[in-house]
Design a protein around this ligand. Structure first.
Ligand code: NDP
Length: 313
């Protein structure tokens, strides 16, 4: 098979992938990026981003990703709008097959495929995606300061985000589908101790309601069948994330949830010359700025790896 030889292949195009591209391109690595089936990543479904340094007035997520893309292009990144569907890292060469039929033989690979938030799957969730429904309290909680909001989920993320929202919002309804939480005890106790958090046990979300933006949520108690409408301006979904790491299963070391494991303090995976950055290897911070930071690290790690192999780029 005729493989296309490149020194640096970047898989994925969120803040991590684009930042890796900017650094790799400026270092002369001539990176080739496969942008994936959702170019720009999770920020493409984010409205206002107010916590990314350098945008004092805030910026729309898709606008920011377009800025990142242009900056990566400016230094010579080649971007292809396709997906890598299979990889083979078994010998010295790192082979990747793309959905455009091309086969890439890369000296170094940077994985920046991100993670996808899980959603409830009710129609109103999609309807209000940019107008009150969010999967990131740290990103969007500020837009609801002083107001009432609801959050669904009962894991560590939901508890952490409920605690965060409780600091800035008037009231937080926490919608828990069972009579117990999955979260660690310390996180549960923290949430339970907050006076402005009301936990609704055995409760499921029926629909989010509103005209142009979220105005309320209809919830049902599964034991009593009581249906309530909670007046809220923001609805946060915190029922977990799925790292986009399927094609690397059995090849790269991962934790039990599918997050790629990197050596602490670096982006190195268990395969030489393969680096992972952004949300596909981070279930803790999950911010655009931290993803960008690890994207930079991955490019520097790749550059050093190539230099150590005396691969001229
Ligand atoms: P988890 O998978 O741990 O929890 C998901 C939660 O969402 C569960 O309570 C689950 O309920 C609930 N859920 C799932 N689907 C639905 C649904 N359709 N409707 C209602 N509720 C639903 O995900 P997290 O993101 O919370 O955590 C992921 C990992 O990251 C964990 O290992 C966690 O410990 C870790 N983490 C650690 C943090 C820390 O240490 N500071 C912070 C954040 C995360 P049920 O329990 O009924 O299945």
């Amino acid at each position: 098979m005729n493989a296309e030889k490149v020194s640096c292949l970047i898989i994925g195009s969120g803040p991590a992938g684009y930042t890796a591209a900017i650094y790799a391109a400026r270092a002369g690595l001539k990176p080739l990026m496969y942008a994936g089936n959702a170019p720009g990543g999770q920020l493409m479904i984010t409205n206002d981003v107010e916590n990314y340094p350098g945008y004092p007035e805030g910026v729309k997520g898709p606008v920011m990703m377009e800025d990142f893309r242009k900056q990566a292009l400016r230094f010579g990144t080649e971007i292809r709008y396709g997906e890598i569907i299979e990889v083979d890292f078994t010998d010295e060469h790192r082979i990747a097959k793309a959905d455009d039929g091309k086969v890439i033989d890369a000296e170094a690979v940077i994985i920046a495929t991100g993670a996808s938030a899980k959603w409830l799957g009710i129609p109103s969730e999609q309807k209000f995606m940019h107008s009150g429904v969010s999967a990131c309290a740290v990103c969007d909680g500020y837009f609801h300061r002083g107001k009432d909001v609801a959050i669904v989920g009962a894991g560590d993320t939901a508890c952490e985000e409920a605690s965060y929202l409780a600091k800035i919002c008037n009231k937080v309804y926490m919608i828990v589908r069972r009579d117990v939480m999955r979260a660690s005890l310390i996180m549960q106790n923290r949430v339970k101790s907050l006076p402005n958090v009301e936990i609704l046990w055995n409760t499921t979300t029926q629909e989010i309601i509103g005209n142009d933006a979220v105005e309320g949520v209809i919830v049902k108690n599964n034991i009593t069948s009581e249906v309530r409408t909670l007046p809220i301006s923001g609805f946060f979904v915190a029922i977990g994330h799925e790292p986009n790491s399927k094609i690397f299963r059995g090849i790269l070391n991962m934790d039990e949830n599918g997050y790629i494991i990197t050596e602490p303090g670096s982006t190195r995976t268990n395969v030489k010359g393969v680096f992972a950055c952004g949300d596909v290897q981070d279930h803790v911070y999950r911010q655009a700025v931290t993803a960008a930071g690890t994207g930079c690290m991955a490019a520097l790690d790749a550059e050093r790896y190539l230099a150590s192999k005396e691969i001229l780029v």
